[in-house]
Design a protein around this ligand. Structure first.
Ligand code: AMP
Ligand code: MG
Length: 497
């Protein structure tokens, strides 16, 4: 432990006083996490807050000053006891025996809207016993990206940690250049990762592995508690959720960038936004993390890596699940992934399930077309959602050019659509409900960051608002629905954050 818990006389923040704040971590004991004081930033100021995330905590109009003093750790809720947890993980395939919350403080858990539990966590709030060589800080640039992407993923309907608010400061933080420190307040039902299980299993602390399982089942998966083998029930649950998450990531063009096992959520949430990216032009080999030289975490490999990471989790449960059973459970991963992929892909293409109709080759050929023409991934789907099968319609938005291959494909698509019920208008609206018009493309995030670094936070707020409902057109936001102009293509994002 590097420092003591803060003086509770400083705990005065009324922001969350309307919420129950149960001590859910009590059952995990002292070996799970250490009390660590928050190190406030200089001259903190609010960049933005998410009304959607606030609503989850029954907060209508959170007071800006209360938010800032909570995020900066200047004034916490009297019931909060900041903690940093310890975990381990496989990073780029190599075992790292100890990691942990190196720049994050868990503030506590609240019971929000409809009784849903939310853990509240600060990121960028100072050093902890798990900082290793890090400074415990997060820069404004990466914090804006994490804040916006958390809320954008929620807008896309993809399971994710959330972000309530973000503060900027005058504290200098050294990266490739001197930047400013920032703090995001993240929310998740639980921040427990595969790496927590791996850490305790590697230390032969199966008592702690059992506590983690009990904790997750009790608070987050009560329906699995009666299972004959709770460890197996949890394993199978996370296998299915991860498989479906990978399908959603891929089909909404998301590339995580650092799929290490310490960045994999036991609840199947997207967690730890770093050098992520959304596809612009479709290239399955796309690597969004500049530091990922081998392409281990490229867009198309995410499904396989999800499996590999689950196998690591399975290893840490081998005293509770037989090897044979773990292998059998892992085999089902592919079925869940394919089912998730197929059903979302068909929804994106507006194809209803029809008995005896197999759409795999239509799907494959569509992707092949996008690849050959270097078309924009999401906008091509969006264009198709406006395709008039009687009049024909140029699919210009995604950059698909008229060609024999496109015409042939559209003819097959038209014939396929004729086999199913429903009007064209129905199909269009169903497709538009799953094909986003707006994504947090790198060039858009970068524009918001450039302005925020000059002290103008308005673009962060504008992006957050549009990305909260990315399927509906927003007045005055046409610039956010465009692929990057040539001078803003291929912005490299590194792990430095
Ligand atoms: P990541 O791959 O970004 O999730 O980070 C891997 C590990 O490094 C985690 O345990 C983080 O808490 C830790 N870490 C990353 N950046 C910092 C930093 N600036 N200071 C302290 N710890 C850090
Ligand atoms: Mg991480």
């Amino acid at each position: 432990m590097t420092s003591a818990a803060p003086d509770t006389s400083q705990h005065c923040n009324p922001l969350l006083q309307h919420l129950e704040m149960p001590n859910f971590h009590a059952g995990l004991g002292d070996d799970f996490a250490d009390p660590v004081a928050i190190q406030p930033l200089e001259n903190p100021r609010l960049v933005d807050r998410s009304p959607e995330a606030a609503a989850l905590l029954d907060l209508d109009e959170p007071d800006s000053q209360e938010l800032v003093s909570l995020l900066n750790g200047d004034c916490l809720d009297a019931r909060m006891q900041p903690l940093a947890s310890v975990y381990a993980g496989h990073q780029f395939g190599s075992w790292v025996p100890q990691l942990g919350d190196g720049r994050a403080h868990l503030l506590g858990q609240v019971r929000g809207k409809n009784g849903q539990l939310w853990e509240l966590q600060l990121k960028g709030s100072g050093q902890t016993p798990y900082s290793r060589f890090g400074d415990g800080r997060a820069v404004l640039r990466s914090s804006i990206r994490e804040y916006l992407c958390s809320e954008a993923m929620a807008g896309l309907g993809i399971p994710t940690t959330r972000a309530l608010a973000l503060i900027d400061s005058d504290s200098p933080v050294q990266r490739e250049r001197t930047e400013r420190g920032a703090i995001v307040l993240r929310m998740a039902p639980s921040f427990i990762r595969f790496g927590h299980f791996e850490l305790f299993a590697s230390r032969h602390r199966m008592d702690m592995v059992d506590k983690l399982i009990d904790h997750i089942l009790l608070h987050h998966r009560p329906e699995l508690r009666e299972a004959d083998n709770p460890a197996l029930a949890l394993f199978e649950d996370v296998i299915e959720r991860t498989a479906r998450l990978m399908a959603q990531w891929q089909l909404q063009g998301f590339c995580h960038g650092v799929m290490n096992t310490d960045n994999m959520s036991i609840l199947g949430l997207t967690i730890d936004y770093g050098p992520f990216g959304f596809l612009d032009t479709y290239n399955p080999a796309h690597i969004c993390n500049h530091s990922d030289h081998g392409g281990r975490y490229s867009w198309s490999r995410q499904a396989d890596i999800g499996w590999w990471n689950l196998a690591c989790l399975g290893n840490s449960l081998l005293e509770r699940i037989s090897l044979k059973q773990a292998q059998e459970s892992l085999e089902v991963y592919r079925d869940h992934y394919q089912a998730g992929f197929r059903s979302l892909m068909k929804a994106k293409l507006g194809l209803q399930d029809l008995p005896g109709v197999e759409d795999d080759s239509l799907i494959e050929d569509w992707l092949q077309l996008l690849y050959q023409q270097s078309a924009d991934f999401s906008l091509s789907f969006r264009s198709l959602s406006e395709f008039d099968e009687s009049a024909g319609h140029p699919l210009h938005k995604g950059g698909l050019k008229p060609s024999t291959a496109l015409n042939n494909w559209l003819e097959r698509y038209r014939q396929r659509l004729q086999k199913q019920a429903g009007t064209m208008a129905d199909r269009h609206s169903a497709m538009q409900a799953v094909n986003p018009l707006y994504l947090l493309r790198n060039h858009l995030a970068q524009r918001a960051i450039d302005r925020a670094e000059q002290g103008d936070y308005s673009e962060v707020a504008r992006l957050r608002k549009v990305l909260a409902t990315p399927f509906t057109r927003h007045e005055g936001a046409d610039d956010l629905a465009e692929p990057p102009p040539s001078n803003e293509q291929g912005i490299a994002v590194s792990c430095s954050s």
